[in-house]
Write a protein that binds this ligand. Structure first.
Ligand SMILES: [Zn+2]
Length: 634
């Protein structure tokens, strides 16, 4: 009893003292990294009379540094002089310092002349927690300080945001390209006002004191051998909500408080996981509205093997056969799913012969048995992992009545292709794992014609099995890609639904060339459907190209690209060239664009916009030229 009272008293004391300390040093214990944009050889935007953005950014950052330091924060700068830093170097510093907030300071310029000023805040779109909260506070304070109306808060995917492990925002305080704003930015007043507005926003963001989470894990990556995990964590105040996301897997999450005392909780997943490596991203929200910096936890799930099987490629071994015989191994888990885990396995056959292999992340492995012709019927196989027998199999050894053919269909990189259709005579078969197939045909024929039809991305081919009468034949077949450049490339397409008819043929054509096409979700009823589509791209982080199609009221047909050029410009230039030199030339204007999807993903991107008044066949022709350009130049 006494003990409980004492604890309550101590907690009261703690709250009381930390409260008064906060009045004097409201940002005590908070670490901020300020990042003045550009610098050195890169001036950023330049005002009408030559004011450099890099210099203005640095001046605001210095004022802000002094103000935040006065509030008790620990403040760092990516640069405090006029020097050039790469975007990567800025992010590296954030990774090293792990600040509670990263603030990249910029000033805007418009591609089109504009008269009215406004500020824009971009927050890390991958973090709807503290980054968004800080961004909202900033936009409010900047408006209160007169930095224009209709200011914008935008989920951003700029490099320094997208790759930042800390809560992060990028501020565009005002437009340096507007003459009277440039004049203001040359005076100290506008700069200190901006710094003061940002300081207030940062103070509000951390007003309740930070939410600190302590997640108990013994090592990273966390090793898990069941389809479900359970983590214990404690917090310095009650937790109301957790947003959790697991890379490359769909699972639900739950959490509950562990009795009897304190803020101790259990976090768990609700759908079974498969073997593999994952990245678990967690954002914690406290009851008082504070948000903890996102936690990234790498997980390594290794489920035990069960239900595994040995599948010989051929139904039997020809008597006296000398050579390699492929055998497919399926490794599965207790739920019967392929176990996508890398492990050392071996196949033991005869009395003292074995062959080792490492299973791959697809849960399937092909092993070649080395046969010397002395095998007796049947050949017994055992699949072994760490002294445990996972599966057994008997392969008959017998005299073949027909010609016995084992083959493999592979690409030019010697990768075996699965599910390739092979037609011979009136029959057909399909390749299995690693591209192997088996077939037989009467001995009265020495030769056999094979028609090979791979799945999309590869050209069909015809080949001949030619023998000089031998009963057992090995046949390797190499197939060529339709387009080496598009094979395996991941392309995201953004377009309103009204483009469906126009794009259908292009999608089919690109898929036949081996590209993986995703139609990015553009919800009709959303104000900015492009935010959602770009977020999808950034979460997956494996897109090679984003193609965005739009309708515009006036002007030419336009292809827009990233302002510094790059591969998007290269493709747009190629498209313009191709259209200009066609039998029936079409003019396409190529220019840098400020479309959201262009600068907020790591993928190459290009926007193609069609005005309303153009001949009806133009869009189709532009798109068919685009497909040709992608096939030959991407
Ligand atoms: Zn800038």
């Amino acid at each position: 009893m006494i003990r409980t009272k004492l604890t309550i008293f101590l907690i009261f004391l703690l709250v009381a003292t930390s409260g008064s300390a906060q009045l004097l040093n409201p940002l005590k214990g908070v670490r901020i990294l300020l990042d003045p944009g550009h610098g050195g050889a890169d001036p950023g935007a330049v005002g009408p009379t030559g004011l450099k953005e890099s210099e203005t950014n640095l001046r605001v950052a210095r004022y802000l540094r002094d103000l935040l330091t006065a509030d008790g924060a620990e403040v760092h700068m990516t640069r405090s002089k006029d020097v050039y830093l790469t975007l990567g170097e800025r992010v590296e510093l954030a990774k090293k310092l792990k600040p509670d907030l990263f603030v990249s300071i910029h000033h805007n310029a418009s591609l089109r002349p504009r008269k009215t000023n406004r500020s824009e805040i971009y927050y890390n779109a991958l973090d709807q927690g503290l980054s968004q909260k800080a961004g909202k506070r900033m936009i409010n304070e900047l408006e209160a300080y007169g930095f224009g109306e209709e200011s914008l808060i935008v989920p951003g995917g700029f490099f320094v945001l997208r790759n930042n492990p800390s809560p992060s925002v990028l501020t565009e305080g005002s437009y340096i390209s507007i003459p009277h704003i440039e004049k203001q930015l040359k005076t100290g007043k506008a700069l200190t006002n901006q710094a003061e507005a940002l300081r207030r926003a940062i103070r509000e963001t951390f007003a309740q004191g930070p939410l600190k989470i302590n997640l108990f894990v013994s090592e990273t990556p966390v090793k898990i051998d069941t389809p479900y995990f359970n983590f214990i964590f404690t917090a310095n105040k009650p937790v109301k909500q957790i947003r959790a996301r697991l890379s490359q897997a769909d699972t639900g999450f739950g959490f509950d408080r562990l009795p009897p005392i304190g803020n101790t909780y259990r976090l768990y997943n609700t759908n079974a996981l498969q073997s593999g490596t994952y990245d678990l991203q967690l954002t914690f929200y406290a009851e008082d509205g504070t948000i903890a910096p996102r936690i990234n936890l790498p997980l390594q799930v290794e489920l035990p093997f069960a239900n595994s099987a040995i599948r010989p490629v051929a139904p039997f071994i020809p008597e006296g056969f000398k050579g390699k015989l492929p055998v497919v191994i399926d490794l599965r888990d207790q739920a019967g799913k392929l176990n996508t885990r890398s492990a050392q396995i071996k196949l033991v056959y005869k009395t003292d012969t074995e062959v080792s292999a490492t299973s791959n992340s697809e849960g399937k492995t092909t092993v070649l048995l080395d046969l010397d012709g002395t095998e007796t019927n049947p050949l017994n196989l055992e699949l072994v992992h760490k002294a445990e027998v996972l599966a057994r199999c008997k392969i008959p050894v017998m005299k073949p009545e027909k010609r016995f053919v084992i083959g493999r269909v592979m690409n030019q990189e010697q990768k075996g292709l699965e599910k390739v259709q092979i037609k011979y005579g009136l029959k057909e078969t399909k390749t299995v794992d690693n591209g192997y197939f088996y077939l037989e045909y009467p001995r009265m024929y020495d030769n056999l014609e094979l028609k090979v039809v791979p799945f999309s991305g590869y050209e069909p081919t015809t080949t001949w099995i030619k023998t000089a009468g031998e009963p057992v034949v090995f046949q390797n077949i190499v197939v060529k890609p339709v387009s080496q450049r598009l094979l395996g490339k991941k392309i995201g397409i953004m377009a309103p639904i009204s483009f469906d008819n126009l794009l259908r043929g292009m999608v089919k054509d690109l898929m036949n060339s081996g590209a993986k096409i995703s139609r990015l979700n553009m919800p009709e009823n959303m104000q900015h459907p492009e935010y959602q589509a770009v977020l999808e791209v950034n979460l997956k982080n494996d897109y090679d190209l984003i193609l965005s199609f739009k309708r515009e009221t006036a002007g030419n047909i336009v292809a827009r690209h990233y302002h510094r050029g790059g591969k998007g410009k290269f493709l747009a230039d190629n498209l313009a060239f191709s259209l200009k030199n066609s039998d029936n030339p079409i003019d396409l204007a190529v220019m840098p664009g400020s479309d959201y999807e262009i600068s907020h993903t790591g993928a190459t991107s290009m926007v193609i916009a069609f005005p309303q008044m153009i001949p009806p066949d133009y869009p189709h022709r532009v798109i068919s030229h685009l497909v040709q350009v992608l096939k030959s130049a991407f």
